[in-house]
Design a protein around this ligand. Structure first.
Ligand SMILES: NC(=O)c1ccc[n+]([C@@H]2O[C@H](COP(=O)([O-])OP(=O)(O)OC[C@H]3O[C@@H](n4cnc5c(N)ncnc54)[C@H](OP(=O)(O)O)[C@@H]3O)[C@@H](O)[C@H]2O)c1
Length: 209
């Protein structure tokens, strides 16, 4: 698939690099191709193409949003996603690692308001970038699980295929409103690892009897 990344920092690069290694085409979507993270990403993986954001959307099958949440409204305002899946990898984080929208609404639902003609799926947010760079747990016979949420089943099926390529088992948690709970799972993981000292390579697993 052709995958466009708006934001190619820690999360965007980890995903883009892994997907490119697994045979997907990666387009870095940025109007300023000289921005620091774009230059760094290209120095680490020269197979990436760079296009202006709307051109990248036009060319891509799936678009990833991996930017600081506070910039999203302005980034999304001029864009038209033309009915394509937009994967929300972002998290609204407030003071003291609280929910940045006071737990009233998810960031994903705000993105759904701001993005024109996009089919939003929340994914890749419940862990730090370390678990996106490397999904291999050779000492376990269960795959790490990736929880997703969204209102469009076809877009979720696409994300599920991408998850499989990356080495995750997908757990579909339901409609986009479930993203609020995924964003709280993020805060839990971040507090445990970045504050509490848990190992950054720990993930959740899905076991069903
Ligand atoms: N870090 C994690 O472990 C982690 C895990 C899961 C989810 N998240 C979420 O993922 C998102 C990205 O986090 P990150 O750690 O990858 O951040 P990061 O390393 O700071 O990368 C942010 C990216 O967004 C770009 N960007 C910033 N302003 C922009 C704008 N106005 N227009 C276009 N691009 C812009 C940056 O480009 P330049 O720097 O070149 O300007 C950079 O490529 C955040 O919402 C975060 O909460 C983070």
């Amino acid at each position: 698939m052709k995958l466009a990344f708006i934001g190619i920092g820690k999360v965007g690069f980890a995903l883009a690099n892994q997907f490119q290694k697994r045979g997907h085409e990666v387009i870095v979507a940025r109007d300023d191709p000289k921005s620091k993270s774009v230059v760094e990403a290209l120095s680490k993986n020269s197979a990436f193409e760079v296009l202006a954001i709307q051109e990248a959307i036009n060319a891509a099958d799936v678009i990833f949003l991996a930017t600081p949440f506070g910039f999203n409204k302005d980034i999304l305002a001029p864009l038209d996603f033309k009915g394509k899946p937009l994967i929300d990898c972002t998290n609204p984080v407030g003071p003291g690692i609280s929910h940045g929208l006071e737990s009233k609404v998810s960031g994903a639902e705000k993105i759904n308001e701001w993005a024109t003609h996009a089919r939003i799926v929340k994914s890749y947010t419940i862990y730090g970038f370390e678990n996106l760079e490397n999904t291999s747990f050779p000492n376990h016979n269960t795959k790490p699980v990736m929880l997703i949420a969204g209102d469009d089943q076809d877009a979720k099926n696409t994300v599920s295929k991408l998850n499989t390529d990356l080495g995750f088992e997908t757990l579909d948690t339901g409609g986009l409103a479930q993203a609020l709970h995924l964003e709280h799972m993020t805060l839990l993981w971040v507090k445990m690892v970045r504050v509490g000292g848990h190992h950054p390579n720990f993930t959740w697993g899905y076991l069903e009897r």
